[in-house]
Design a protein around this ligand. Structure first.
Ligand code: MCA
Ligand code: AMP
Length: 493
């Protein structure tokens, strides 16, 4: 919880700018303490109770996260894009005992909260002044946050990070990317993933810098913010750079010049969460004069590998291990010693998560016998720089930076009355990195309409998981064991 304790060093500096106003570190700490007192009620320590909260990216979001930590509870941020069944899954899985929402999202949770008899607080309910009792002392080894990540199972798993994991994850980035209190970053990323929470928001707040929230990414509005000249640091997924480039391309020459000029005063621009295509890096270089710094991370480990801040940033590569993080490549249990030989990235260090929530078997499977976390990402070491080659599972899709399980979508598709069977794959795509597509087998006796199925899916899955294309076939490609051969299926599209 060092990020919260450090706030006292920067009391009068601006911590957050959201769509309403700017807030100092003092205001943030005061609001967080007030929230902690409300949550505690008569208890001395919430003892790692899970508190799920649904708010847009704002001052309230950060104050709630800090308040939960100050009260000794575990923060479970919910995704504002998720439909109710997906939110319910997280609330149930995390066994949340308190829910919090802002005005915009309160109605979405209220029926669920009543049904489940879980108290639901509105952020504004925390305004009342309470008697300031001492707050509990929180050991760094305690659980701090659960983030849900899709994987090789059909349903997302809760990744539990301790305070000490989070402290290390933030501090390693602060050092590697030379964060300073004069920095001002605009945060356009969702706040239920490491990228937006740790790399952007928490790193800024660690050093006394300003984090400006833009809750809904919009290329035109973001370019306007860049042109205002306050922001000097930016981090995003490759799809966002792709969309910013598309907007720049369709602007007038005069406007393009203004946009490019605005970026010249930036200190650093970073890309991650998915492979940065070399053409995007090169085009951004032309537009901004910046070579994007590409880095590699995962919900379970925060960041692990990064291109250097002040020496060569190599296109198509993710760089070198961050200080204090150990990396090795393994191929069929053999450690890869030679350059140019590929293997799975395995990670060890204080950044690595504690466990998958209530899933001891999945946790054990995720580690080797000698305690290395298996990422499932395949890489090579090329003259001192790691390069990602792909993943060991065809069932994991990365679209616009979101990790998506093909199995989860298939399971939901099979519940549709017109669908007999389904297989989902990711196809390489210049905008999304990969785009989700589905091959389905349909019943002859039930009418099938793609748009109607998409609307039906939207009530059950986050929008970014909805297949962009469907093809209808009589059978799926299968191997002799009856397993769908997804590599072959890709060629059908
Ligand atoms: C939106 N759409 C998408 C995606 N996002 N389709 C596929 N993949 C997506 N990621 C679709 C919508 O369903 C909609 O479709 C249409 O695009 C427009 O939606 P809109 O909401 O306007 O899109 P957008 O605002 O332009 O969103 C694009 C985005 C967003 C900003 C790139 O996807 C995003 O915020 N991605 C970042 C995710 C992230 O932070 N990942 C980090 C996790 P239709 O028109 O059909 O309705 S990874 C991580 O944390 C690790 C540790 C790491 O390494 O960083
Ligand atoms: P998530 O589980 O959502 O945290 O996503 C983590 C995954 O994103 C990693 O396992 C990688 O597959 C992918 N990833 C993150 N950064 C990069 C990168 N720079 N290049 C390629 N893949 C990346």
């Amino acid at each position: 919880m060092q990020v919260v304790e450090r706030a006292h060093q920067f009391s009068h500096r601006i911590a957050i700018r959201d769509k309403h106003q700017t807030y100092t570190y003092q205001a943030l700490f005061d609001k967080a303490s007030k929230i902690a007192h409300h949550l505690l009620g008569n208890q001395k320590d919430l003892q790692e109770a899970r508190i799920a909260f649904l708010t847009e990216a704002s001052f309230d979001y950060t104050a709630i996260q800090w308040g939960i930590w100050l009260a000794g509870a575990v923060a479970v941020p919910l995704c504002t894009l998720h439909p109710l069944p997906a939110l319910e899954y997280v609330i149930d899985n995390a066994e949340a005992s308190i829910l919090i929402a802002d005005e915009i999202n309160y109605a979405k949770l209220s029926e669920l909260a009543t049904q489940k008899k879980i108290p639901l607080f509105l952020c504004s309910a925390f305004l009342k002044e309470l008697e300031a009792k001492p707050l509990p002392f929180i050991e760094d080894s305690r659980r701090a946050m659960i983030l849900y990540t899709s994987g090789t199972t059909n349903l997302p798993k809760g990744v539990v990070s301790t305070h000490s994991n989070i402290n290390f994850q933030i501090e390693s980035l602060v050092k590697a990317w030379q964060w300073q209190k004069e920095d001002h970053i605009v945060n356009v990323l969702p706040l239920h993933h490491v990228h937006g929470i740790i790399n952007v928001m928490s790193s800024a707040l660690w050093v006394g810098a300003c984090c400006q929230f833009m809750p809904k990414f919009n290329p035109q509005k973001l370019w306007t913010i860049f042109k205002e000249g306050n922001v000097n640091l930016f981090m995003a997924v490759p799809t966002i750079y792709f969309k910013l480039i598309a907007f720049w391309d369709q602007s007038s020459t005069e406007e393009q010049n203004k946009m490019s000029k605005a970026l010249q005063s930036f200190r650093l621009m970073i890309s991650g969460s998915a492979a940065l295509p070399v053409p995007v890096l090169e085009k951004w270089q032309k537009i901004s004069g910046h070579t994007l710094l590409e880095r590699y991370g995962m919900t379970e480990i925060g960041m692990a590998i990064s291109n250097p801040y002040d020496s060569e940033r190599r296109a198509g590569h993710i760089g070198q291990p961050l200080k204090g993080v150990q990396i090795r490549l393994c191929n069929q249990d053999e450690i890869v010693e030679k350059d140019d030989a590929s293997g799975e990235i395995q990670i060890k260090g204080p950044n690595v998560f504690k466990e998958y929530w209530k899933k001891p078997e999945a946790t054990a499977e995720a580690f080797t016998e000698d305690g290395w976390f298996r990422s499932g990402d395949i890489a090579v070491l090329n003259a001192n720089y790691y390069k990602i080659l792909g993943r060991d599972s065809v069932d994991i899709i990365k679209s616009g930076g979101y990790k998506i399980s093909a199995l989860e979508i298939e399971d939901v598709l099979r519940q549709h009355e017109a669908i007999i069977d389904a297989a989902v794959v990711g196809l390489s795509d210049p905008e999304w990195g990969e785009k989700v597509v589905a091959c389905i087998l349909i019943r002859k006796d039930v009418p099938f309409e793609t748009d109607a199925v998409k609307s039906w899916l939207k009530q059950r899955l986050a929008v970014y998981k909805i297949p962009k294309h469907f093809i209808i076939r009589d059978k799926l490609p299968r191997n002799v064991l009856g397993k769908v051969t997804k590599k072959e299926l890709r060629t059908w599209f």
